[in-house]
Design a protein around this ligand. Structure first.
Ligand code: URC
Length: 302
């Protein structure tokens, strides 16, 4: 039997980098979880144990922290682009770098009606994400930015139905024209370019549009809501090439209160945690740009 090394990458996962801007009395905070990875000609490291080509994951970690000071964190995307370029510069064997950043948002604590200068409260739940890939294995170097949001938990208490679906002898689900629709959304969108984008503004605008469209679209299924949300983003954001969703359908089942002599016209539900429907979809432009390696090792999407 003989073997060869298949696809591989290595780096330091989940560096918890917190950058405080304290140049004035009013501090700013960027709270990041940074995962770095390199791909390329690292066969020897695996097959003969020769580590001559390997930039240690420890060095990658150190650089992640040093760059938070030297280059700052104006946005997760710019930080990741700078860090990924650096790793390519100092690692000749690397053909590509992949930097994944999650950002946790903090709000200022309100004191006497104004936000405190240096005391913060963590914003619940949702996480801003980016995956920046830079590849130099082809004639022209290529780069991709895939940004997004995860754990964005949303719920509509009406304005959602599910009926007219395929039925067989195992179907027990009752049709409904008024149900709760809830999900913990993961959305990731690929940018057309890595330059000239106001990453923070684009993120805020896309996020707002996703929420607004979820709220205002009458939903005949989670599938329809996702498609409407994606279409709204592509229509308003030429800088976005495509958007992918992974949306668990967080079922809320109406509780039968009849045994207690109570009616229940859509007022009391049991929130089930599992199993859940898992609806995944991509909304893309017709004849859109080539995604290249943008989605390579981005898990959890169809
Ligand atoms: O929005 C939904 N999509 C489905 O595909 C589905 N299937 C199901 O049982 N409930 C739902 N809800």
């Amino acid at each position: 039997m003989s073997f060869v090394l298949g696809p591989n990458q290595y780096g330091k996962a989940e560096n918890r980098v917190v950058r405080i801007y304290r140049d004035t009395a009013r501090h700013e905070i960027r709270d990041l979880n940074v995962s770095t990875a390199l791909r390329g000609e690292f066969t020897e490291a695996h097959t003969t144990g020769d580590q001559a080509n390997v930039l240690p994951t420890d060095t990658q970690k150190n650089t992640a922290f040093a760059f938070a000071k030297e280059h700052g964190v104006t946005s997760p995307e710019d930080y990741a682009l700078t860090l990924g370029s650096r790793f390519l510069d100092v690692t000749p064997a690397a053909s590509a770098s992949r930097i994944e950043v999650e950002e946790y948002a903090w709000d200022r604590i309100e004191v006497g009606g104004t936000g405190h200068d240096h005391a913060f409260v963590k914003r619940g739940g949702e996480v801003r994400t980016t995956v920046v890939t830079q590849d130099r294995s082809a004639d022209e170097p290529r780069a991709w930015v895939v940004s997004g949001v995860k754990d964005l938990v949303v719920l509509k208490s009406t304005g959602s139905e599910f009926k007219g679906y395929l039925k067989d002898e195992y179907t027990t689900l009752k049709e409904t024209d008024d149900r709760i629709l809830a999900t913990s959304l993961v959305a990731r969108w690929r940018y057309e370019t890595t330059e000239g984008v106001d990453w923070n503004k684009s993120f805020e605008d896309v996020r707002s549009l996703l929420l607004e469209t979820f709220a205002t679209t009458y939903s005949r299924a989670l599938q329809e809501s996702l498609y409407a949300m994606g279409s709204a983003v592509l229509a308003a954001h030429p800088e976005v090439a495509e958007i992918k969703f992974s949306a668990p359908n967080k079922h809320h089942f109406l509780v039968d209160l009849a045994p207690f002599g109570l009616d229940n016209p859509g007022e009391v539900f049991v929130a089930a945690d599992r199993p859940y429907g898992l609806i995944e979809a991509t909304v893309q432009r017709e004849n859109g740009s080539d995604a290249g390696d943008a989605w390579l090792t981005v898990p959890g999407f169809c």
